[in-house]
Design a protein around this ligand. Sequence first.
Ligand code: 5BU
Length: 251
Amino acid sequence: EDPKHLTYEYKLENLEHSKAKKLLEIALEKKSNLIASADVLTTKELHEFAEKTGPHIVALKTHMDVITDFDYDQTILPLIDIAAKHNFMLMEDRKFADIGNTQDLQYSYGMYKISNWADLITSHVIGGYSSLDYFHNCGVIAILGMSSEGTLTDKNYRDEATKIAQSHPNIIGGVAQNELPEELLLFTPGVNMETSGDGKGQQYNTPDHVFRNLHTDFIIVGRGIYKAENPEQAALSYKIAGWEAYEASLN
Ligand code: 5BU
């Protein structure tokens, strides 16, 4: 009988994209499926958060445009070193949503120069298949479904967006709140073990729920970690909870 949830080993063998393989290798090595979302406001907090959570995560997800003192050399270069030291990938949650030419410019230019350092980026697929052609050297994670109350990503949208994600070679997976075809890695934000919402539309589930019911591959946790009294301990707790939920979902 087929297991309910495919293993990381199976996906590592069957997925082609080098960034997908790398992510799965780190997951197996660290026994972690945790991506920490570093939604902090300063370079210092970002680096401290990366140092503390680094040993426990497969990737650090950023919104670089909220860093108030962003400076490429001061913010990005040390972060690259921290990521190398603790062996995690860098995921910029940029959520591109434009025509191909503009996305090409936003990806490589401006002050963030995302293409220089991001292993993974998020992008809407609202601009259509060819809008995704310019994301070279990174793994693209398509926004297929959102976690927020009242999102417009209804079934019809998700189905059409998923078809683009399945067929585009730059795309390694999707952000969604539903199960995806096996050739796409599933990344699920809206994970928190303490609360069911944030009063601003965010809707939370537990790690257990998202592995058992959605067969997710990676959980994304922000405030559950960076707002915790002890973020390092919280990262470890989410790492353990995520891995146990993954193992339980295999049976
Ligand atoms: P939180 O603090 O765990 O709620 O943070 C969740 C993060 O995931 C935050 O950076 C969001 O921008 C991101 N996110 C999300 O919460 N839901 C979605 O559907 C997508 C991204 Br897409």
